[in-house]
Design a protein around this ligand. Structure first.
Ligand SMILES: [Cu+2]
Length: 129
């Protein structure tokens, strides 16, 4: 009996997490700084929400797998030119005006890529394994 209850609770929690992910994708608010959201359900798309801390992106290092689609958005704390998100080596550049805007791409080659604002001020690492 006790075990069954726990199992149901666990599935419920997973569903809530999955739902929360979708709500965040819809940009309904709550930009959590540095939040890292794993792809809901099948875990295919890795989603990241970057913020700004000490004049840099936060988190300033994200790790993904080669061949895995990545989705990056910026929360409210990322301001000014930081919203012009760029990963030069991957040809990624997009002005993410709103928290609901995002870049989506699939890195296919292993390596470490630098992400930065278009002016190269704040920067971090995208590690593809
Ligand atoms: Cu800049």
């Amino acid at each position: 009996m006790e075990i069954k209850k726990t199992t149901i609770y666990m599935w419920g929690t997973l569903l809530l997490i999955a739902f929360g992910g979708y709500l965040m994708m819809a940009g309904s608010g709550d930009g959590v700084t540095g939040n890292v959201v794993a792809g809901a359900g099948s875990g295919e798309v890795r989603e990241f929400t970057l913020g700004m801390k000490n004049y840099n992106y936060y988190p300033d290092s994200i790790t993904v797998k080669a061949g895995q689609p990545v989705k990056i958005s910026l929360d409210k704390t990322a301001q000014g030119c930081f919203r012009d998100f760029t990963i030069r080596d991957l040809g990624v550049r997009k002005y993410l005006q709103k928290t609901s805007d995002f870049v989506e791409f699939t890195p296919t080659k292993k390596g470490t890529y630098t992400f930065a604002c278009s002016m190269g001020m704040g920067y971090g690492k995208l590690i593809v394994k």
